[in-house]
Design a protein around this ligand. Sequence first.
Ligand SMILES: Cc1cc2nc3c(=O)[nH]c(=O)nc-3n(C[C@H](O)[C@H](O)[C@H](O)COP(=O)(O)OP(=O)(O)OC[C@H]3O[C@@H](n4cnc5c(N)ncnc54)[C@H](O)[C@@H]3O)c2cc1C
Length: 313
Amino acid sequence: MNAQRSLDLAPEFNARVLRDVPMSKHTSWHAGGPADLYFAPRDIVDLAGFIHHLPAQMPLLWLGLGSNLLVRDGGIRGAVVATHGGLSALERMSATLIRAEAGVPCARIAKQCVKWGLGPAEFFAGIPGTLGGALAMNAGAFGGETWGHVIEVEVLDRRGVRHTRVPGDYQIGYRQVQGPANEWFIGARLKFARRAGVDGEAIREMLEKRRETQPIGQWSCGSVFINPPGEHAARLIESAGLKGFRIGDASVSGKHANFIINHGAARAADIEALIEHVRRTVETFHGVELHTEVRIVGEPAGGATPRPAGGAA
Ligand SMILES: Cc1cc2nc3c(=O)[nH]c(=O)nc-3n(C[C@H](O)[C@H](O)[C@H](O)COP(=O)(O)OP(=O)(O)OC[C@H]3O[C@@H](n4cnc5c(N)ncnc54)[C@H](O)[C@@H]3O)c2cc1C
């Protein structure tokens, strides 16, 4: 057994921490090896207690819905904290202010804001992750961006202590957020405008438009690469002749060239090799270096960590 797995945890958590959990069950690519430890907290207090008791040297990975995560086949050494399900509070604080915990799915925020007559929050319906993941990525869709609505965030540090931070504490860019090290999001206050007469139709139309242009329903992580300034990664990939290019059971989508599809049996190594192939081919064809939007984490099967593909590993 791995040294980290054999470490003693506090008794109140020992029975509730799962061991050797396949991350393929918790990522939208349905690929990836086992996490040594996997903890799904009941709520924020429970999570703070767990982190507080976790040995300080134990590596930690926070997980939302795994919709932007490639976990390598050797899995995760250390502990995974899964926010979805436990950190699930969503409430209206005032006429235009809401508070959501990190595990709330973005789609739920979109729907609830429509019910409350608040917006524009419909873009959240296009992001199949949690608020925590959306804060970490500055996720956006249909012209809206997560941090465009943030008033303040609640974070937990590595000792399990809660802090409140404001957007000025972070460097926020296109699909990029940098803030204090060793802190993770547990919730946020978001501001919207009052919009009488908004109904669910706008969401339905957006999702329909998306279904026409993206391979929704197939196993993917959405866009693999960040769009370079003034360009579309999908256009560069398609014009380099890569649509349909396949490694193992993974291929570049024929519908949207910035999506990589797992057709059922792809290993993370196949997906990562395909990412690297696309990156190199686009560089050769167009002289443009693509950087990954997806986060690549974990250990390769039985060996050393390969050179990261793209810039966001
Ligand atoms: C079909 C499809 C379509 C998509 N379309 C879009 C789109 O239009 N726009 C867009 O922006 N994205 C899109 N994505 C990508 C993805 O949904 C977003 O990046 C989303 O914000 C990830 O959220 P998650 O909860 O799944 O995060 P995860 O994939 O679980 O994690 C992503 C990263 O965030 C970190 N993280 C997760 N939770 C926390 C937390 N609480 N605190 C700190 N760090 C945390 C993780 O450690 C990891 O580094 C799409 C994905 C798919 C599969």
